[in-house]
Design a protein around this ligand. Structure first.
Ligand code: BES
Ligand code: MN
Ligand code: MN
Length: 484
């Protein structure tokens, strides 16, 4: 078939009037031809330690924002800005091809989790290398942020570059890549409200989640919400000799452990009164459907090196990590943790506690319930303090929308299998916020694997996943513009 040259094409012919198949082939060829460079460029981004939790890395965070802005410019975005906020900058870029066409907003985050404990990394967290693993026989990129989320949002910039280079854009494109996702996105809400018009879009596309396996594609249709609190238990006004006072004075660490333990019963249900009141129960059909997703318990246990699993009675593992709420201690400290032994009855004990929430639980309400309960169960021998941290709403996305159908067809085309709609346990609090402020639903088309060790030492992202993602994205735009 004769190919139409991009440059000689009369300006009245719109993108969608060109033979889309020919165009798509060119886009896919371009991606194949530029594979190595794409990876090298991602390595450049991964070398920047943009840790949002630690203010010592502020300059690196800004460097990462500039890097992203530069990548967007090079890929062909018309308007690229590094927008300051009260916290870390938000990178915005756009390419408007025709106001009459649908507009897709791509969201991602360039900030990463702290890499510690450093000694458990087999190679430097900010020195990306390729290593082969059982899950990734073609190799995986080892670096903090490789999967969460630098490697994933970078796929969108590279897919955009390819579509733009081949004159194959079928939608208006907007990019919003933030630098505070890992610390609760506290400045993104203000930014969205102040820039609602600029960010106006028909749908939001996010790659910051997982697929079930490389041969079992899935699209995330639900995320859990979050309530995060810090608690402090204070006993005597100073650390005491544990022999002189031990047995007569309440030990805040012992008390804290008792209090935490009492918040789950023998069926691993949370005992905070009212905690389950708003939990949306799924129908038997919905539960049966979600349990059709492949899950290998032995592999799961072997991967984590655990003798057995544990969770709420009456629910499967898949359900426990998606449609059921949780309460977990994320960190606990107090007393003497240095070398050797020190006999001390400590004055204080603390813990950080996260509660994962499901529809229709409200984070503020749950935080308030937690606080009331925690205070009520404290014995008179101690004083307690509850400090709320960030929270986030859960999210569910419908499957009967043009954007879901486009994502599903795109994955089917790239993977050769229809993706399974699956709910996931992690949280991306801004998804609910986008819906509220921008009035748009998000498509959660992520490409990571649960075993990619996000937030853990040796985080990695499969080369297969990185390239498959870049390959899938242009199909999404093609189908979306056809169906919209
Ligand atoms: N990308 C993750 C969320 C995620 C991971 C969703 C895997 C589904 C599957 C995101 O960067 C993240 O880590 N979110 C935090 C919440 C935030 C408020 C700190 C989380 O889930 O702990
Ligand atoms: Mn993420
Ligand atoms: Mn994360």
């Amino acid at each position: 078939m004769a190919q139409i040259s991009y440059f000689s094409r009369p300006s009245k012919i719109r993108n969608d009037q060109i033979n889309t198949n020919t165009n798509m082939q060119q886009v896919q060829d371009y991606i194949q031809q530029n594979k190595e460079r794409y990876l090298e460029e991602l390595f450049g981004l991964l070398r920047i330690p943009s840790i949002s939790a630690d203010s010592d890395y502020k300059e690196e965070v800004i460097k990462a924002a500039e890097f992203v802005a530069d990548s967007l410019r090079k890929a062909g975005a018309d308007k690229v800005e590094v927008c300051p906020t009260a916290g870390n900058p938000i990178v915005y870029g756009e390419k408007i091809i025709d106001p009459a066409k649908p507009t897709v907003l791509v969201y991602g985050h360039y900030d990463v989790q702290p890499p510690d404990p450093l000694e458990l990394w087999e190679s430097g967290p900010f020195e990306p290398v390729i290593k082969k693993t059982e899950e990734h026989p073609q190799g995986a990129i080892y670096a903090r942020g490789s999967c969460d989320d630098k490697g994933q949002f970078f796929m969108h910039i590279k897919a955009f570059e390819a579509m733009n280079a081949k004159g194959a854009l079928t939608c208006n494109m907007k990019f919003m890549i933030e630098g505070e996702e890992e610390v609760g996105s506290s400045n993104l809400g203000v930014f969205c409200r102040e820039n609602a018009e600029k960010l106006a879009c028909d749908t939001i596309l996010i790659s910051d989640t997982s697929i079930i396996a490389n041969d079992v594609p899935s699209i995330t249709v639900g995320l859990r919400g979050l309530s995060y609190v810090e608690v402090e238990v204070v006993g005597p006004n100073r650390d005491l000799h544990s022999g002189v006072y031990g047995g007569a004075v309440a030990n805040p660490i012992n008390v804290l452990c008792d209090m935490i333990a009492s918040m789950q019963d023998e069926n691993h249900r949370i005992t905070i009164p009212g905690f389950y009141d708003d939990v949306a129960e799924l129908s038997a059909e919905e539960r049966a459907k979600m349990n059709e997703a492949p899950f290998d318990l032995n592999k799961y246990k072997k991967d984590l090196d655990i003798g057995d699993i544990q969770g709420e009675t009456g629910y499967t593992t898949l359900e426990r990590v998606s449609i059921r709420p949780t309460l977990d201690v994320n960190g606990i400290w107090g007393g003497y943790t240095g070398k050797g032994a020190k006999t001390v009855l400590p004055s204080k004990a603390s813990a950080k506690i996260s509660m994962r929430l499901v529809p229709n639980q409200d984070p503020d309400k749950i935080t308030a319930l937690f606080k009331k309960h925690f205070e009520s169960i404290a014995p008179p021998s101690v004083k307690v303090k509850v400090t709320p941290h960030h929270g986030g709403q859960p999210a569910v996305t419908p499957t009967d929308t043009p954007e879901y159908q486009a994502a599903s067809r795109a994955m089917e085309k790239a993977f050769g299998k229809t993706p399974i709609p699956a709910r996931e346990g992690g949280s991306i609090p801004i998804v609910a916020l986008f819906e509220e402020v921008l009035g748009a639903k998000s498509i959660l088309m992520g490409f990571g694997l649960d075993s990619d060790a996000i937030h853990s030492p040796n985080e990695h992202y499969g080369l297969f996943n990185f390239y498959k993602g870049i390959e899938t994205i242009p199909y999404f735009y093609q189908y979306y513009s056809e169906m919209k």
